[in-house]
Design a protein around this ligand. Structure first.
Ligand SMILES: C[S@@+](CC[C@H](N)C(=O)[O-])C[C@H]1O[C@@H](n2cnc3c(N)ncnc32)[C@H](O)[C@@H]1O
Length: 279
């Protein structure tokens, strides 16, 4: 007799939990079941006693990819961020919920021009421009093909010409000044990168995760270039690793930026450093 939806999910959670913990396993299995059956998450919860039947091969195949270490975002080719669905391509960093801290901070102040350095899937620039309909922005990545997913997301979400794209090594090809500069740069140290789970390192390009060395090189480049690219009193916000607050704050202060502050995420871990231009 065919497994029920609930039985298949329980077995899947038991096999995934040793890799990623119970909570994440439950969430991932629910999303994979929704994708395999074509039901919503609520539909999956309501239909646990039904036979899995024709959806079984698809569910087993999706689960197999998850057990091989691929993230759900890369398996499904999309993920949720700040209440919207974003496409995620192979090589892109799968958006992390932690980045919503930076979004909340960016929206706590007025601004109309935005620069997003290292845009990847475009979650930061696109979310901010959708939340501020009068604003416009520039999104960069090191190579033009690395902002391809962002461009597709922006088109699908009807941003029109409010968001433009540029291939640039941090500020190298950026000429304007902006009210707000944001970045979630690669910040994993070379040593930590060597020990990362397959899940991350196999599907996300190295340049999305680590600048090498002590993990701070991207912040050095951003600190050096920010004063010349911020409008008077403009703000810089960067996401950081939980133990990098002090080092990044020191880099921003040494670059002549003012009001430097470290902000926690909802779990109480340091997640964002902010600063203001005095120019
Ligand atoms: C941690 S990912 C962040 C992606 C996306 N902004 C997000 O928050 O999910 C870092 C991004 O920086 C880009 N990047 C790496 N080195 C860069 C450089 N030298 N100049 C510009 N962007 C770079 C990567 O390709 C990647 O898209």
């Amino acid at each position: 007799m065919s497994r029920t939806v609930g039985e298949a999910m329980r077995a899947a959670i038991d096999s995934l939990a040793p890799m990623i913990g119970q909570d994440e396993a439950r969430r991932d299995v629910r999303m994979l079941m929704a994708a395999a059956t074509g039901w919503t998450s609520a539909g999956v919860a309501a239909r646990r006693d039904e036979p899995l039947a024709d959806a079984a091969p698809h569910f087993d195949q999706l689960l197999g990819r998850r057990l091989c270490g691929q993230s759900v975002a890369h398996i499904l080719g999309q993920t949720e961020f700040y209440g919207r669905t974003f496409d995620v391509g192979m090589g892109d960093l799968a958006p992390r919920p932690d980045t919503e801290t930076l979004i909340d901070l960016a929206l706590s102040d007025p601004w109309t021009t935005l620069l997003d350095l290292g845009t990847g899937t475009g979650i930061i620039a696109i979310t901010l421009l959708l939340e501020r309909p009068e604003a416009r922005g520039l999104a960069t990545d090191l190579r033009a093909d690395w902002y391809g997913t962002a461009r597709a997301n922006a088109q699908r979400m009807d941003l029109g010409d409010r968001l433009t794209f540029l291939a640039s090594d941090w500020f190298a090809r950026v000429s304007d000044r902006f009210d707000l500069i944001v970045s979630n740069p690669p910040y994993v140290t070379e040593a930590d990168y060597a020990t990362l789970q397959t899940e991350i390192a196999a599907w996300e390009r190295r340049e999305a995760l680590t600048p090498g060395g002590d993990g701070l090189d991207a912040y050095r480049a951003i600190a050096a270039g920010a004063p010349a690219h911020l409008t008077r009193g403009g703000r810089l916000l960067v996401e950081i690793g939980h133990d990098q607050g002090e080092a990044v704050a020191a880099l921003f202060t040494a670059a002549g930026l003012e009001d430097v502050a470290v902000h926690p995420d909802i779990n109480g871990k340091d997640r964002v450093v902010s600063a203001r231009s005095s120019a």
